[in-house]
Design a protein around this ligand. Structure first.
Ligand code: SF4
Ligand code: SF4
Length: 368
């Protein structure tokens, strides 16, 4: 069985065994907390991995919620994906690494199951629930085991967790050559989930007219297909994704009657949505900027540092939605005639335009 079609060259499966989390961060992108009981069964998790493998996906990313709260099932799933020849990555808050010994034992078990890579997060929100020491234990255990490890740091203008002090502590965990080989530090804006709330970020982080041309398309949508803790399948693993109906494209528990598996059906559904393709290729910031050209009452400059917040704006602001509805042909034409879209959509866009040639559009200069 092959993948639906070849428009998107890289797809993977993201598996959320649970939406539950030991933490309760404000503005958690998945709305996770100890009270969220949404979980899929181990059987659904294993089925999802089988479906991904059947259609040629090469990687499974385990996230949540906090995936380590389902430790035994997590290990089983990693082992299963590895047995099928798939690469694996876990995204965790490191709550399990309470001591260096527990961290070493955890990493050893995951590595024996075949885990290739692990990512952690920390910052002002995370440390309210997971002490920094646990994260440091987990990083050290991974580096000692020669497992690639990344730390995502919550970026805000003012932070109680001092970034440089944190980096100094991390640097002391292992010899520099090993840290350079196995460790990656990622700063990621901690974003509000409401599109009109403006977070305080360091200078230069916000999208505005001077830099929007350099904002890229969303690499997650139509690439990271997510079987969520509630068994719904989403077209991306973005922050706030859980609340956007348009990003929900299937259900892992629904029976299919045409021989295609639920993940394959969902991928077909996602890839038949031209607007998701526009987000993938053009990116939400450029789309919001383009909408503001059409309707100058749309304010957007110096509001967004994280692309998912700009994306929430697209889906929740009626004015932005209206511009897109009114000018969708132009947006699609830009993708087609800008050489950004592949053959499958050319015919659809030509039909929508009712013309053989697309005109120059106001959107043109936003596309790099
Ligand atoms: S640790 Fe992650 S999943 Fe858990 S509440 Fe915080 S942001 Fe959400
Ligand atoms: S930008 Fe939008 S489509 Fe992309 S990951 Fe974020 S929410 Fe999902």
């Amino acid at each position: 069985m092959s993948a639906p079609h070849q428009l998107i060259t890289h797809r993977n499966l993201t598996l959320m065994l649970t939406y539950r989390c030991n933490a309760q961060c404000a503005e958690c992108g998945t709305f996770s907390s100890p009270h969220d009981k949404n979980e899929i069964t181990l059987e659904t998790g294993l089925n999802s991995i089988n479906w991904a493998h059947e259609i040629g996906l090469k990687q499974v990313i385990f996230t949540g919620g906090e995936p380590s709260l389902r430790w035994a099932d997590l290990v089983t799933c990693v082992k299963h994906a590895t047995g099928l020849g798939m690469a694996t990555r876990i995204v965790s808050n490191a709550q399990w690494a309470k001591t260096p010994e527990l961290a070493d034992a955890g990493i050893r078990e995951l590595q024996e199951a075949g885990l290739n890579e692990i990512n952690y997060s920390t910052g002002d929100e995370h440390v309210r629930f997971i002490p920094l020491e646990h994260v440091l234990n987990a990083i050290q255990a991974a580096v000692n085991a020669k497992m690639p490890v990344a730390l995502m740091f919550e970026l805000r203008a003012k932070s109680v967790v001092n970034e440089q002090e944190l980096l100094d502590k991390i640097a002391a965990l292992a010899p520099k050559s090993e840290m350079d080989t196995y460790f990656t530090f990622i700063r990621s804006p901690w974003m509000p989930l409401k599109p009109d709330n403006i977070e305080d970020y360091p200078e230069g982080m916000y999208a505005n007219k001077s830099n929007v041309a350099h904002r890229t398309g969303c690499e997650s949508v139509l690439s990271n297909y997510v079987v969520q803790g509630n068994a719904k399948i989403a077209a991306c693993c973005g922050l706030g994704m859980r609340t956007v109906a348009e990003l929900q494209i299937g259900n892992a528990l629904e029976k299919t009657d045409d021989g295609k598996n639920p993940l394959q059906k969902a991928i077909e559904e996602g890839e038949s949505d031209l607007f998701l393709y526009a987000i993938h290729k053009i990116g939400p910031e450029k789309i919001v900027a383009w909408a503001a050209q059409k309707d100058p009452s749309i304010q957007w400059e110096n509001m967004y540092a994280h692309r998912c917040q700009a994306c929430m704006r697209i889906y929740r602001d009626p004015k932005v939605k209206q511009v897109i509805i009114d000018h969708i042909h132009e947006l699609m034409a830009e993708m087609v005639y800008g050489g950004l879209v592949l053959r499958r959509f050319e015919q659809l866009a030509a039909e929508a335009l009712g013309a053989a040639e697309a005109p120059e559009t106001a959107f043109s200069h936003y596309v790099t």
